[in-house]
Design a protein around this ligand. Sequence first.
Ligand code: HEC
Ligand code: HEC
Length: 451
Amino acid sequence: MNPILGWKRACRTAPLAALTVGVASCQPKPPPAPPDPISRGRDLFFNETFDGNGRTCGSCHRAEENFTLSAEFIARLPPDDPLFVAETNPDLAANFENPTLMRAFGLILENQDGFGDLASNFNMRGIPHTLGLRTSIASAAGPRTGWSGDGAPGDGSLRSFATGAVIQHFTKTTNRIAGVDFRLPTDQELDDLEAFQLSLGRQEDLDLPLPLTGLVAARGQELFMDRAAGKCNACHFNAGANGDPTIFGPTAGNLNFNTGVENLPDQPADLTDELVPPDDGFGNPGAGEFNTPSLVEAADTGPFFHNNSVETIEGAVAFYNGDSFNNSPAGQLIAGATGGGINLDATQVVAVAAFLRVINALDNIDQSIALLRNSNEGRFGSTSRDLLLASEEAMDARNGLRAGGLHPAAVIHLENAIHLIQELDGQYNAGRIDQAIAALEQARDAMVGSQ
Ligand code: HEC
Ligand code: HEC
């Protein structure tokens, strides 16, 4: 669609009420500017196959799925989607993916310890979102990417991770010969992919505590931060991915821990007859450690943990009460430092989860507002895409609050915003967009007071 024509149509057909918002809503838009690194990176991320099996980065990190994939979304894809190359390309039928585990639990096969023994040396891991990366990678020991912080082969940076992803996921055969099975990204492409990924999601950490209006979520925040109760803030400082600087040092950043997730009994994938080798985490051979993920983005990007072993955010919080965590090296470390393990009762588990749902909804609202503002620019035909994602973010906020029985007034404001955005039908209309932003701001104000 030509964004300028689309815009004009919106102006012509807009109801009278919207037109009275101001002449500004019908000003001609500036012509498209030449692509910048972020736009080039976006184009590569969603469209470039690197001469491989047809997959793109967006095959697994989908924009409309918060840059990850759920089993339900996978179930809706057509059988010829490149995600399913192991089912459609005979050269990739063995030792490339496990279609049963992919379809049931959204698990992806990864050869973190190299391609030497494809039949038995692999890990089954969930797809992490690629949001908020600007705040969640840096550590005193270097960049930490991937669930175990190993990065892909290379220095652990986002640039080398993209190269590793092409070799792991884009190959036409399991020989993985560059120039034959795929082509490697160029330096320019790596720069552009990095610029795009760093632009996704929030750009800075929260500053807790927030003045939350909901009693349960506010209590959850207290428990989260309390060094004698939840103890979460020690590792997930400000609900992000970094260690508390007052405990681990000012430059510690994004740390690895062995929290015992691998020891959980009855993990969904283990209930099948499929081969799921133990995942030894960081290093080769691994030390059993995994990298701390950010929690602001957690509530709408389950299932949780590196192996998608827990489906709900309440379950992920409850993990910290169990033996798997409390007997783990990290659990013992916490017990030694604080005089005991983590032991939250059911009301407290739900309160911490309510806090995580609310900060996720607030982040969704911020993202939705940013996308609505961006749709105004309409560069490179982005308007309808921005509006679609803005409504996805608002729906995530609504769904997350509703599933937790939280903030009914905010849910209604979000419903209103979703309705306004969807009525735009991908067309830019400043008046309507201002109304949608106002509804989103009302939802936010219902959850958080002024500081
Ligand atoms: C077949 C699915 C699939 C494809 C295609 C894919 N990824 Fe991933 N991505 C994953 C999985 C699974 C992980 C977790 C890997 C790990 O733990 O080391 C991951 C992890 C990541 C991470 C780490 C995020 C973090 O928080 O540390 C980044 C960054 C990333 N991918 C970028 C890319 C890029 C760039 C491409 C395209 C060149 C790509 N991915 C293609 C499945 C995929
Ligand atoms: C000792 C450090 C540490 C403490 C304390 C800690 N976490 Fe974690 N957290 C981690 C690590 C490491 C992971 C990744 C584990 C894995 O995937 O194997 C994680 C993962 C998570 C996840 C999954 C996120 C996702 O995207 O899959 C949630 C949710 C979570 N933690 C919540 C909490 C809560 C709530 C508390 C307090 C009750 C807490 N954490 C305490 C280190 C910690």
